[in-house]
Write a new protein. Structure first.
Lengths: 325, 402
């Protein structure tokens, strides 16, 4: 199997989806001839023409409103928002329209064909507006699906599943890993399931849960903890909405301890939702309070980004805190 | 309510009935176009404008090079657009508000922001007014009436309308100028801003730098219309299109716009036709979307050279003075860069300030936990650790931005 990076994996998924179905369209700011500022849509315009892969004017609310209309008409739009930080002008279209299209019409109309791709996350010296992880805002919106891949293999399989899923999907791509994460990826078409977490490592003493770019950070912390003789179970949630409560609960029933990590600020972050649900299901099996390792409750900084980020050392300390409670 | 004549024929208007010309005063050889009248610009003011233009060019060239050397995380140049930005800022009262997009460092240079101040922001050190929180080029200065830059595009445009409306109520005879690119003008915020300004008669000057590209997207893929200017008519707003590389035309148009705004409470749209000679940012490579030939054609229309020739025709400037200015500015840029680079980062405590007017107990708790963690692993957090170690710490940050 060829080794490729995450951008190439995303590009392959888009290519496969566009080749298979003429209804699939890719568009957004700089997405056309240039192939996107990160080059995720490279060569798609050459291959499939300007009618199916194109630049839009610089207007996020327009991009998503347009995409909603296309999806309602029966097309399969894959709209790119250049940075997740810039998705908010489209918040109304996503939260009030995308998410509620099917429900409000009694399923007369739906925008299930829609996929919204957006690079998210920090660690690239992006400061306030090129670093945010906005998944929790959208997780509060029934009707959306939210997916975050951790590596090239996952990115390709999950994106293909998202494009073909009968519901609208927000696909947040960890941009720090776009080129940094490489791995073997089959050239052919394959899908990975939405709504299902994956146990990436089995262990007995403690469960570590994350998604996207945090998975490699968890792996580094686990390496440290295992040197101390701690057996760690690691779960990639993969889908934030709907999320796989069963897999997480099953793991925590076994280990009795849970550490959840995300880059977004702590208050109102998705870790809070997971912690609440898991304590409901596993209360008598918990050996210690569920730990959250997250960004702090401030906007995303620049110079002190390293201090802000929930890195492997903070996760390692949380593992120790949980074990020595 | 519209008051309009009735017609009995289904005739559509295509918009081609209207054509907005480009106001130009100064030709590339430094002489005035036939029939054009120069602005009433005195020697000292003309030289102040010119100095700011050259300073901006020198700063941009040196800092992009510094970014390429890995000394700076990011940079954006104003190159090619100095006349549009500085010519307009110069036509204002220095107390008028400037709300910029991110490529208008020239306006700040004109107002007197020092190289030290630029550098402190670029390096996000302890003297940066923004406390090292934002990416390079996100300047702000309260004393120079320059609103701190926000990366999301076009958000400043309706804010400018609101700010200007407040200025009108305050009755101080001041206005707001808001800068944005032709790409940002596609955002919904642009349309909301112009409509509200016209309805509420806000003294605001909307200054569009139509520089041909929004990152890779050429203006022909941005709008089907003839530029941004015609939109003003839909809001019943005064509008002018100017040669953005012509400092005299920009100055004169903005001077007149300011009178309309301040004396008559009429908002104005100015569309300056120019060209982004440099890359969008240090993260961009224009060779992927435009030709060298196209760039060269615009390089021949360099706004700084054009003004230099004009100054020479007045006997206000010479090649010797040019060389002395360039040398002096380059030396100053290098010196201030070295100074700023060496300064320590903002203290770790600044992570939780300014989220609210006062640090909340919950945030203080998070900061305390973070400090404890940094003390445990000081080598992993050299910046945070530095501010926790009194032996390495420096004095409090200067609050000069106030």
């Amino acid at each position: 199997m060829p080794t490729i990076n995450m951008l190439q994996a995303i590009n392959q998924a888009l290519d496969i989806a566009m080749a298979e179905d003429d209804k699939v369209l890719c568009f957004g700011e700089d997405v056309g001839g240039f192939g996107g500022v990160f080059r995720a849509t490279s060569h798609l315009q050459e291959k499939y023409g300007k009618a199916r892969c194109f630049n839009t004017p610089l207007v996020e609310q327009g991009i998503i409103g347009f995409a909603n209309g296309l999806a309602a008409q029966g097309s399969v739009p894959v709209a790119e928002i250049q940075f997740a930080d810039y998705i908010f002008p489209a918040f109304d279209q996503i939260v009030n329209e995308t998410a509620k299209f099917r429900y409000r019409s009694g399923d007369l109309f739906n925008v299930g064909g829609l996929t919204i791709r957006a690079p998210y996350g920090g660690g690239i010296s992006g400061g306030l507006y090129h670093s945010q992880s906005p998944e929790a805002y959208f997780a509060h919106t029934p009707g959306l699906k939210i997916v975050v891949p951790r590596n090239p293999y996952e990115a390709k399989g999950l994106l293909l599943a998202a494009i073909r899923d009968p519901d609208p999907v927000l696909f947040f791509e960890p941009k720090r890993l776009y080129r940094a994460s490489t791995g073997e990826v089959p050239e052919e078409d394959y899908q990975l399931p939405l709504g299902e977490a994956e146990v990436t490592k089995e262990g007995a003493d403690i469960t570590l849960l994350g998604w996207g770019a945090q998975m490699e950070v968890i792996d580094r912390a686990v390496e440290m903890a295992e040197k101390d003789g701690v057996s760690c179970e690691v779960i990639d949630l993969r889908s934030i909405l709907p999320w796989d409560e069963d897999t997480v609960a099953e793991s925590v029933l076994k280990t009795g301890r849970l550490v959840i990590t995300h880059e977004a600020p702590r208050t109102g972050g998705f870790a809070g939702e997971v912690a609440a649900a898991i304590q409901e299901r596993c209360f008598l099996y918990l050996e210690s309070p569920i730990q959250r390792v997250t960004g702090i409750d401030t906007p995303f900084p620049l110079t002190l980004e390293k201090e802000y980020l929930p890195d492997h050392l903070k996760i390692y300390e949380a593992i120790k805190t949980s074990l020595h409670y | 309510m519209t008051t309009t004549a009735q017609t009995h024929r289904p005739d559509f208007l295509s918009g081609d009935e209207y054509s907005i010309p480009t106001y130009a005063v100064l030709s590339q050889d430094g002489t005035l176009h036939d029939g054009a009248e120069g602005p009433d610009l005195e020697r000292d003011k003309a030289l102040r404008i010119y100095h700011a233009m050259v300073a901006t060019r020198v700063l941009d060239e040196r800092m992009m090079a510094a970014q390429r050397q890995g000394r700076l995380s990011f940079y954006m140049q104003c190159t090619g657009e100095e006349a549009a930005v500085i010519g307009s800022a110069a036509a204002l009262d220095d107390a008028d508000m400037i709300m910029a997009q991110y490529r208008e460092q020239g306006a700040l240079a004109y107002r007197g922001f020092s190289f030290d101040e630029f550098m402190n922001q670029l390096f996000g050190n302890e003297l940066d007014y923004g406390k090292g929180r934002q990416m390079p080029i996100h300047y702000g200065s309260r004393k120079l009436h320059y609103m701190t830059i926000s990366s999301p595009l076009a958000t400043q445009i309706p804010q400018a309308t609101g700010y200007a409306y407040g200025q009108k109520l305050a009755g101080e005879g001041l206005c707001t100028i808001v800068y944005f690119g032709e790409g940002a003008a596609s955002e919904g915020d642009f349309h909301a801003a112009l409509n509200m300004a016209a309805v509420h008669e806000a003294p605001v000057i909307f200054f569009c730098r139509n520089n041909g590209y929004a990152i890779s997207t050429p203006s022909v893929e941005q709008f089907a219309a003839d530029g941004v200017a015609p939109r003003a008519l839909g809001y019943r707003m005064h509008v002018i299109r100017v040669d953005g590389n012509d400092v005299l035309a920009v100055y004169r148009a903005t001077e007149k716009a300011r009178r309309l705004a301040v004396e008559e409470n009429k908002p104005v749209l100015i569309e300056a036709m120019t060209y982004r000679l440099a890359a969008h940012s240090s993260s961009d490579d224009p060779s992927g979307y435009r030709s060298r030939k196209e760039e060269d054609a615009w390089r021949a229309k360099d706004p700084i050279r054009r003004m230099q020739l004009w100054l020479e025709t007045h006997g206000w400037w010479s090649e010797d003075e040019e060389k002395a200015l360039q040398d002096e500015l380059r030396r100053e840029v290098l010196e201030t860069m070295k100074r700023a680079e060496k300064r320590p980062p903002p203290a770790i405590d600044t992570m939780v300030t300014d989220v609210y007017a006062d640090v909340t107990p919950a945030l203080q708790h998070q900061l305390d936990a973070l400090k404890q963690h940094v003390r445990r692993y000081p080598e992993a957090y050299p910046r945070g650790a530095r501010s926790l170690d009194p032996a390495l710490s420096h004095g409090d940050a200067d609050q000069g931005g106030d």
